[in-house]
Write a protein that binds this ligand. Sequence first.
Ligand code: GLU
Length: 357
Amino acid sequence: MARIVVKIGSNVLTRKDGKPNVTNMSAIVDQVAELREKGHEVIMISSGAVACGRGAIRPSRQLDKVEERQLFSSVGQIRLINIYNDLFSQYGIVIGQVLTQKENFNSRTSYLNQRGCMITMLANGVLPIVNENDTASLTELMFTDNDELSGLIATMVDADTLVILSNVDGIYTGNPADPSSRLIRKVSPGEDVSGNVVASKSGFGRGGMGTKCGIAGKVSEEGVRVIIACGYRQNVLVDVIENPEAVPHTEFEPVTQPLSSLKRWIAHSGSFAKGRLKVDEKAAEVLRSDNAVSLLPVGVTAVEGDWEEGDIVNIYDHEDNLIGVGRSAVSSDVARDLAGKKGERHLVHYDYLYIES
Ligand code: GLU
């Protein structure tokens, strides 16, 4: 039995005119039901609210981007979830809706609360269907897209596999439309294939293959196998899990020694950082080494921003390259006092430090 997170993009769920693509939704529901029947646990991350709302209502005046997102998602989300409810109830599957936003991941308490919610739903046989709360998310604090959200959820619930269903078969060695491009079947841990991705984004969703590739790399380094496949293919979801040879896809192999769950949370927290710690060359070298070391004040050359003890900070080297992310053991005021001093306690303890590889 595996725990599987499935992310379905707006283009798979909606037709060109913005109406829900009930045929595709129904095919996905059949497959999720089959996976559950086989004993797997499934969490769905479903986009499509904004796209569905767009097809359902014509605004009375020209709206700005934020108003559009709020109006369309408020109308579209309920349609989407109603269709899921109808389709899943034919299998006797009870679904639960989780609307979330970035703030729910930025403190350890809210992260654990969100995790607890998912685990309780799964333990009670409820199928969680997750989307960003697009009516409430502030633009500057939004997830880049639901690919980012699906990565956070997959690592948060210790999923075995994250399947991202897109409108292409996976990552190609060049433009997928070019016949000389080849589908990359496997990506090893640490391998960077982002250079192959042609910058393009089609249809309704916010994400593109660029973000998918970045998220897949990061999530697989945290011990979750990631599969990118085409959501239009018949039986794709069951096949990528049960019979992967049968269906084209790209697999990001997971590392065998994943990070602890605390470090995973820290690893994903860089975009919530309240401030920056800059370190000298020597400290950067020590942090980047394989040794388990904490960040000590002696190597810190600059403290930027205002934060409280326990907040997340980004750590930069002397050339302003991001080294990692950590949970500060002290407030920014104390960090300023201690910066550069020898023999003081750590500013970020090793257990709360994530260094980029
Ligand atoms: N949350 C958005 C929606 O449901 C989708 C975001 C994305 O495209 O990734 O419409």
